[in-house]
Design a protein around this ligand. Structure first.
Ligand SMILES: [Zn+2]
Length: 534
């Protein structure tokens, strides 16, 4: 038997005493209504944290703690996990991620819509060194992988190119990706045949990853796209996920009945397919992606300019833009498309295409709006908000037992531009509008859709539920007052009603105050090889 020396024992004891400050716990949250993330009815419980871990959950916990919070009258829940965030740049500029923290979000999943950092490992190392406020996980983007091998070519890959793409996916999985994201709506993902995606999904699946898709079409051909997403899971042998499920344009409205039935039927025959959604009747992306045909965006910038300079080609493009304003993202009215961010002319931000046309003395017709949209794209482009989703579809998708909550947001520069309010409000809006006001979900079910469901989808075993042994990611909120304040007219407004947020055991939001602590970690996927920095 090896006996540790007295010096080692004393040093150990001192280190321990220092670590816990002679208190029993580092953090003790008392008297809250515990909504534990499983969907179980709330119960009165105290929750104790030591280090980064929940160590006790009980109706009554005695003992001392360095920090005691009385959560009487409030709800204590696991920190929310957002499966779809465009955080790649914003997290470095604003590592506090305040718009998310104030909603109770403690984990962001980056790399959505087929677009991720590549190589992923270098990005994750940089992120780890940054120490953001919240945890960050990442998917590897199919579009990014495709662009690295084929550029923006509109064709299927050769056998050799496909093998190189598979290798890039494999490498990203080994570097910590949680799976493959696709953006088959976006160039260059839109140029990929389904078989290519299946071949890559299979690699991600063999390494324990999932597939999450911004589908090829969310308008008139949405059901074909749902079938494609299911096929990718079925033939790729991995969990498959429809991200930000929505039905764009009047012609597609109501089809959520069928899309949800397709998902249900696939699940019944053993395909692991799930959904996420943000609770708004408008979407947001670039004007270019929303209104131009993919074929017009093939190739390098010069080729694209040459194409638009050709009168016949330009006329063909304009016809598609008109069609999309009429039947898809514009839903028939240029007043439904509002500029969110425009680098070359900030005065356009917050104005609809109709308002911009009227400002120029032009009638706000679909034809004029198409010409204007193309002009904006050519002058450098803009992102926009598109009001073309029905509330009935939003509600129907939300209450589906397969649907989780995800923002599709970003970490915006506070006060800049007119971004979609989802970045500031998604999670609390579900709690305020769909739980409290409309009563469509119980609080427990809504929280489950924000915590244990996304954790299970990612394969995170130590987050998403409040239980001893789990990481201490926690949110305390007032169920009577929690609400989103961000609107389409005034998006830069933080959520209200979340009074405490804890990430890995450290308090990052204390009452109204961001504490400045940056305890977030890079979460590493199931095939990660190597050692982590901390
Ligand atoms: Zn998307």
């Amino acid at each position: 038997m090896i006996r540790p020396s007295l010096a080692v024992l004393v040093a150990g004891a001192l280190a321990f005493a220092e670590a816990v400050g002679a208190a029993d716990y580092d953090l003790l949250i008392r008297n809250g209504r515990l909504v534990d993330g499983t969907g179980a009815p709330w119960r009165r419980a105290d929750v104790a944290v030591r280090g980064d871990t929940i160590v006790a959950v009980s109706a009554r916990l005695e003992g001392s703690a360095r920090h005691i919070v009385d959560a009487r009258g409030r709800v204590l829940a696991p920190g929310f996990i957002d499966l779809h965030v465009h955080a790649r740049e914003g997290i470095f500029q604003r590592p506090g991620a305040e718009n998310y923290v104030r909603q109770g979000v403690t984990t962001l999943v980056e790399g959505p819509d087929g677009s991720s950092a590549l190589p992923l490992g270098a990005f994750l190392v940089k992120l780890e060194a940054l120490r953001p406020c919240v945890n960050v996980a990442s998917l590897v983007g199919h579009g990014t992988v495709r662009e690295a091998v084929l550029g923006r070519a509109n064709r299927a890959p050769t056998v050799d190119e496909l093998a190189r793409m598979q290798q890039l996916v494999r490498q990203a999985m080994r570097e910590g990706a949680f799976g493959l994201s696709t953006g088959l709506f976006y160039v260059p993902g839109s140029f990929a045949p389904t078989e290519e995606v299946i071949a890559l999904a299979r690699v991600a699946g063999e390494l324990g990853g999932i597939h999450a898709s911004h589908m090829r079409d969310e308008a008139a051909r949405v059901l074909e796209s749902v079938k494609e997403t299911i096929a990718i899971g079925e033939e790729g042998h991995l969990p498959t996920h429809i991200t930000h499920h929505k039905l764009i344009g009047r012609a597609a409205w109501g089809k959520s009945v069928d899309s949800l039935r397709l998902v249900q039927q696939a699940r019944e025959r053993g395909v692991d397919v799930t959904i996420d959604q943000y609770p708004y009747t408008a979407s947001s992306t670039t004007l270019q992606a929303a209104l131009l045909p993919a074929w017009a965006l093939e190739g390098a910038a010069e080729a694209r300019h040459r194409r638009l300079a050709d009168p016949a080609e330009r006329a063909r493009v304009l016809e598609v833009v008109k069609e999309k304003i009429r039947n898809e993202r514009g839903n028939g009215d240029p007043g439904n498309i509002a500029i969110a961010a425009c680098g070359f002319d900030r005065t356009l931000e917050g104005r609809t295409l109709a308002e911009i046309l009227e400002g120029r003395g032009l009638a706000p017709t679909v034809d004029n709006a198409a010409v204007l949209a193309l002009e904006i794209v050519e002058r450098g482009g803009a992102s926009a908000v598109f009001h073309a989703i029905s509330e009935e579809d939003v509600a129907r998708i939300l209450v589906s037992p397969f649907t989780m909550i995800a923002s599709d947001g970003e970490i915006p520069a506070f006060g800049q531009g007119m971004p979609h309010p989802r970045s500031y409000g998604t999670f609390v809006r579900v709690l305020a509008v769909y739980v409290r006001d409309k009563g469509l979900l119980t609080l427990e079910e809504a929280v489950r859709k924000m915590t244990s469901m996304p954790a299970a989808r990612l394969g995170l075993r130590d987050r998403g539920v409040v239980r001893p042994g789990m990481k201490a990611d926690l949110a305390v909120l007032d169920p009577d007052t929690v609400r989103d304040r961000a609107t389409f007219e005034k998006p830069h407004q933080y959520a209200e009603g979340v009074s405490l947020v804890v990430v890995n055991g450290e308090v990052v939001l204390d009452g109204e105050r961001m504490t400045g602590a940056r305890p977030g970690r890079v979460l590493l996927g199931p095939a990660f090889v190597g050692s982590r920095a901390r």
